[in-house]
Design a binder for this molecule. Sequence first.
Ligand code: ZN
Ligand code: ZN
Length: 841
Amino acid sequence: VQLPERVVIYELYSNDANDMHYRAKEKITQKLECSLLVVCTEHLVVCQEKKLQSMFFSGQSEKEWNFDSPIRYIKIIGGPPGKEGLILGLKNGQVWEVHLDNIHPLLKVTVNDGIRCLDLSQKKQKLAVVDETGLLQVFNSKSGDLCFQEPNTNSVAFNNLYEDMIAFSGNGSLAIKVLDFPAHRQKMSGFVVGLSGAKVFCLNGSSMVTLELPLSAPMYQYIDRKMYNEAYKVACLGVTDGDWEELGHSALENLEFEVARLAFVKLQDFSYLELIQDLQEQQRKGDTNRDSMIGDIYSHRGKLKEAARLYQKSGQEHKALTMYTDLRMFDLAQEYLGSSDNTDLIRQKADWAKNINEHKAAAEMYLSVGDTQSAIDIYGEKGWADQLIELGRRLDKAERPALLSIAEHLKRLNQASYAAEIYRRLGDSAAVLSLHVEAKEWSQAFALVQTQPQYKSLVYVPYAHWLAENDKFVQAQKAFYKAGKPEEAFKVLQQLIENAISECRFQDAGYYYWIVSRQFLDLAKENIDNQNELLLNFESNETLAGIYYAFHAVHRYLEEPFTSYMPEALFNIARFLMTETCQNKPRGSISAILYCLSKQARKLGANKLAKQILDKIQTLKIPQKFQEQVEIATIAAKARPYSDPEELLPMCYRCSTYNPLASPSSRCMNCGQKFVHSYVSFEILPLVEFVLEEDITDVEAVRLIETPSNDKVKGESWKQEISENRETLQLDVDQDKDPFTSGVGAFEGGDGTFFPVVVNRKTLLSMDSTAVLISKWNPPLRYQYYKNLLPELQITMCHSCFKAFHVDDFELQLLQKGHCPFCRAPPENFLTSDSSDDLLI
Ligand SMILES: [Zn+2]
Ligand SMILES: [Zn+2]
């Protein structure tokens, strides 16, 4: 510091370069005439007009340099102690370099105007000069070439830590410039006097200001040019962490690993350091796929799309897949499925996805590697029927196991119709059937069976079970039977019969026996070996059916306070039962039948029968509740005449014999002809069964009978005679004998052998078809023919059970019940109105 009488030299008080505390070091007590003053290690350099003079701190002057023009600016440019260099700017625009140990100055450059300010760069490679006009010029200090110039500048300073950075002020702004990049400007008034790292020293009026300079701009300029080493250097001068980060990433993405590493070291970002290490390792191993590496970097930074794109570009889709799946971004991962043969990898990923419950993605991945089964298992496990259906439709028929598995799952998921679709495609009718069966879609199942009868048992058996479970035993039984499981069918029937009897539903029991008998008949048709046995079974069961059917009325009469039956009907029923039960012992109460019969007999005045019956009852164990009444009736019967009225006696329409009421047989005692009962009123019908001559077939017989009367050879008179009444028939019209009347002697065999009425072709032809009833049994049975001897009494026959009825009775029953009272077959003409269950069968 120059004072009027002396010069004081200060030095830094502490070692801290930024500290501004100084202490006095030397004092030169001399009055110095000078305009500029600088201090070096060992010298003080003063300048007065055109003269430059160096002196020791003692005040003794050493050297002197003289110039042509006044010195305007002086700056120390460093050097060894005692040999420091100075640059001088002259008013005439010359720039001189002076070294304290050298008396010869060196002209550096000359500018057009007087020097206002100048500076030399850190490495002395550049010289900046500002002249009086405010023009800044930067020269190469060696060659003197102009690097660039900038007008409107008042001051300039190179960065003393970084060669390529220069700061200059002027026009109200401070500019920072590196290399030949555009200068970065910020507002500032005053003069820049120094630049050290990121610090700018500025003189503003009379105060010196230190500014922290943002060096981001120059750093980014370097980054833009991909000059990472330079950028790093600038960054080292002082930039924010954000800038460091940007530098690190930018360097990394350009595979400038060293700069990137340094940046991340600065940031202490170990994750990136690790990545860099990995990448460098890769590089060393010779894997230098740039896209792939940058992809890794992008993915690390979270720029997934770019990463994936690069992976794809480098042909390493598996990396994209791995990246996305690791991030559980399965939707995106899918785009990279199947594009190359990463089967193992994808399978691995799929396994993993499955483990973390990303089932959808897992399934897709399995599918992409052709592991259909695993995908199906997932779908199945999750119950995703839609996906299963969709997959099922996509799969080829050849992938049978997969399709079957899908079908299984669909079945389990109650998607039977879709499962069926698959089975149908596979041509597996049996599976389709069992599907319908499992779903209890009987109508579909039966429709299928119709076209493929070989699968009958697949449907009928489960159907029967289902029916049985739903208390539809009758249909169940039919189903078993249809399925070719007669034992099962019989079992069901047996159960039905048991139940019906124990519940006193005797009519039902009768019906079930009827079904049993029909089954035996059907079996007999197929089994030639034991046909006879089966036919016997048919007969006995049919009889039982009749007995239970009839017993129903007796039971109701005894159990219910009122009865809708006329005494005659009850009488007939009871008598029918009495005769029938002589041969067949049903598990019903015989005593109940007899008791009923005795009561009706008494009511109708058949005292003889009543007494006979009561005597019989005495020998039986009878229910307690009838005991007293039976005893009373027995006593009362003794008071009545021991006879039966003739009109009650059953007359044989073949031989006109009156049979006793108490007859134990259902046949005429005289001729052995079997009585035919109406199956509603149980009256004896005027029907006489006849058989054909040996060589006549049923077909021919029916044809002969049905030949219209006017075509008949014998004319009307004969027929007329027959239809009048049976007495007149005894008058022989022709030499041909009427077998129903004239053959009286035929049945008098004497030894009890029964001779049926045998009819020849001629007689058949002569018969009026309306007076003939035919039981058209299926084989192996033959037709049974009955002639109505009282044709004016209209008699009809059920087309199914061939029981005979008075037409009125039968039609009433049809109206009331809709079916035959005995076998429950609907009338032939409205079969279609049957219940759906029956229809199925
Ligand atoms: Zn008879
Ligand atoms: Zn019937």
